[in-house]
Design a protein around this ligand. Sequence first.
Ligand SMILES: *Cc1c(COP(=O)(O)O)cnc(C)c1O
Length: 219
Amino acid sequence: MIEENVRKLLQELPAGIELVAAAKARTADEIEQAIAAGVEIIGENYLQEAERAFKAIGRNVKWHFIGHLQKNKVKKAVEIFDMIETVDSERIAQEIDRACASRNKTMPVLLEINSGREKQKAGVMPEEARALIEKISSLKNIKIEGLMTMGPYSGEPEVARPYFSRTRKLFEKIKALNLPNVEMKYLSMGMTNSYRIAMEEGANIVRIGSKIFGEREKR
Ligand SMILES: *Cc1c(COP(=O)(O)O)cnc(C)c1O
């Protein structure tokens, strides 16, 4: 089932759109099935789960961190991940930079935008994104490569459209500034119920879980 889901999805996605298989709460075996069918990037939200899966699977695929990163988990995250999609503060960017420096590594990062301006949600407020980028772009061991957003959760996919559209505008605006050490390449938006709308609004990374692995059991 997983393999068939992946094949259908890969057929549907136009060239230039990267698929991140969002693998929270999935077993290494389930992830392996997705890889066998052509998935090249795995998205993980939790360090413990990521470590377990990474031990079993290794570097045959790219690993993206898509959860909320805590300071005490940064070292581990830097060991495992090829991209951190959820940078939303100067402090966490500095921690990533420091951890990378001691391993001689440069970490590609995306800025997570709180496009719904929700108090309880992670991400930087849209109007603060530029200032944050200007602050952290001088860090030598991270490389800012774009923006990521979730948008407010809703069962209704169209509800997400204005948030995706605004994040795209912000992306273009920052891109046009041509800031030093900033390369606005990736716009990561859209999940199972919203990836089609996200692509229409300019996403070039979509993060898809349930449509690949089936409905999640509640944790
Ligand atoms: C779980 C998750 C996804 C995928 O969600 P689905 O609805 O299962 O496709 C995408 N992005 C993030 C950050 C997630 O936590």
